[in-house]
Design a binder for this molecule. Structure first.
Ligand code: GDP
Length: 522
């Protein structure tokens, strides 16, 4: 594959998508250990592995938040892997979507006993919208699992995604001994040092000694089918998002992880060109540019510190440089950008396209912000989604209304909620995509701002961003619907309706008005 020269070509920035319990955390840990372990001299690997892991846990505990795990960087054989964490809770939030705007590929982890589950499918759909190539890891092969053919079939049918088996399991459940690498003709055994054994093919007598006779016979039959009828791996199909290479393994037993790393190294795309308004930015351009896709608040209530996560899209970000915040035109000094290395967590001095950097700030940076070396560039595609839930915030103490307004503004800038300010002067509404976001909002308003609040249903349940090519008609629409118009955080016009039915009814009568449930951050 052709990759850009220099540091950008060595980057692989990816996320893991999965349903809760499929093994994302376990796999992440094994990937990090692998990255760290490779840097250490082999001899004391076992011991050092344990140290690495507990260090991580301590840091997490000390900080009480998962800033560290938001992005994890590790290096294997000169390739830099940036693993971005998608929030772990079951509820679906905008954070998850936004994280997927900052990656170039994704690993889909599937529980071998369960197959495709609801959340995996949802996350997959987001990846498909953005043409993100997907590698598949079928996990928990050390336990009772569904038949591999059945699992591949399910991926093809439910996701409309071609599969190409890259490895194939030998034995099942307790008799699972390892996998056969179809292209390389080698076997990797689960109870070995991880070294692969070269064989002449699936019929090699050496395989007979590796598993129970029944398991070997079944494996040979299956592999004949796989080699005979299954689709071969095809790089272009993968990069376009039509085909996924499939690997079998067990994260818990640290098995199949090397296959995955090799695959990410060989096939996963390097930082891709990023669409900005007016032009596309190449990762190899000299000038630094990047966008903020996530904001993490410091949980210390006495400090309003935030960390903005910037995905670097081009050039070289250097500690101490002054970047331009395009939204305000003001310079922002990058005095203490944070880099997150799984290996030794040192603060690095530079970052390149594909890297993610944490920028501490006191509210200057917002989600969707573009930072550059000076160019007035605005990256597109960090989206905002129309809320599925709209609420009024009820405050016990009316004297604190102003404080509440400020707090909500800050929460909205962080992407915790959206706020909609009605044009008729009635109190602002908050909107969230998932119910859990309301709990987070409530908890944080109380803990960080001393504002105990409740939520009550609003008169409206649907919000859509509205635009029109016809300014006169648009003006007329806004005038006629004054009591239903609001502004979002950026002042963009939003149309509120009591129900989806009424929304449609109204909009059908105004063909000049375009209503959207997704808005790119400006
Ligand atoms: P997450 O919710 O996707 O992050 O899942 P976790 O990594 O926390 O794993 C959920 C459970 O499955 C834990 O009890 C893990 O120990 C277990 N688990 C993860 N991977 C494997 C595996 O390969 N084999 C087996 N038997 N259990 C696994």
């Amino acid at each position: 594959m052709e990759r850009p020269a220099g540091p950008a070509g060595r980057r692989r920035t990816f996320a893991i998508i999965s349903h809760p319990d499929a093994g994302k955390t376990t796999l992440t840990e094994k990937l990090l250990l692998f990255g760290g372990a490779i840097q250490l001299a082999g001899a004391v690997r076992g011991k050092r592995d344990r140290a690495t892991r507990s260090d991580w846990m301590n840091i997490e505990r000390e900080r009480g938040i998962s800033v560290v795990t938001s992005v994890m960087t590790f290096e294997v054989d000169g390739t830099v892997f940036n693993l971005l964490d998608t929030p772990g809770h079951e509820d679906f939030s905008e954070d998850t979507y936004r994280t997927l705007t900052a990656v170039d590929s994704a690993v889909m982890v599937i529980d071998a006993a369960k197959g495709i589950e609801a959340r995996t499918r949802k996350l997959f759909e987001v990846c498909r919208l953005r043409d993100i190539p997907i590698l598949t890891f079928i996990n928990k092969m050390d336990r009772e699992s569904r038949e591999p053919f059945e699992l591949l079939d399910e991926i093809e049918k439910t996701l409309a995604l071609d599969t190409a088996a890259m490895t194939w399991p030998i034995g099942r459940g307790r008799d699972f001994v390892g996998t056969y690498d179809i292209a390389r003709r080698q076997v990797r055994l689960i109870d070995s040092s991880g070294e692969a054994v070269k064989v002449s093919g699936p019929d090699d007598p050496a395989i007979d000694g590796m598993a129970k006779p029944g398991a070997v016979a079944a494996f040979r039959e299956e592999i004949e089918l796989v080699e005979g009828v299954a689709k071969p791996f095809e790089l272009d199909g993968f990069l376009e998002g039509h085909l996924t290479p499939v690997y079998f393994g067990s994260a818990l037993r640290n098995f199949g992880v090397r296959d995955l790393i090799d695959a990410l190294d060989a096939f996963a795309p390097s930082p891709r060109p990023q669409a900005a308004e007016g032009r596309t930015v190449e990762p190899t351009e000299d000038k630094m540019s990047g966008f903020v896709f996530k904001i993490q608040a410091n949980m210390d209530p006495n400090h309003r510190d935030r960390i903005a996560f910037l995905r670097v899209c081009s050039g070289r970000l250097e500690r101490g440089m002054k970047a331009k915040l395009v939204r305000t035109g003001k310079p922002i000094p990058l005095n203490a950008p944070q880099f997150f290395f799984a290996q030794d967590r040192h603060i690095a001095d530079e970052a390149f396209a594909g890297d993610v950097v944490g920028i501490p700030n006191h509210g200057t940076l917002r989600i969707g912000d573009t930072l550059t070396d000076g160019e007035d560039l605005v990256f597109r595609g960090v989206p905002s989604f129309a809320p599925e839930i709209l609420r009024r915030v009820r405050l016990g103490d009316a004297m604190k209304a102003k404080k509440l307004k400020e707090a909500l503004q800050q929460m909205a800038e962080e992407g915790v909620v959206q706020i909609f300010t009605p044009h008729d002067g009635s109190p602002a509404l908050v909107g969230v995509v998932g119910a859990l976001q309301l709990d987070v909002l409530k908890e944080r308003l109380k803990a960080e701002y001393g504002l105990p609040v409740d939520f009550e249903p609003a008169r409206f349940t649907v919000a859509r961003w509205v635009t029109s090519d016809d300014p006169v008609k648009f003006e007329e629409f806004v005038e006629r619907h004054r009591s239903q118009m609001a502004s979002d955080l950026d002042g963009a016009p939003v149309f509120l309706a009591p129900s989806a039915f009424e929304l449609r009814y109204d909009l059908d009568r105004w063909p000049q008005i375009t209503a959207s449930d997704i808005k790119d951050y400006q």
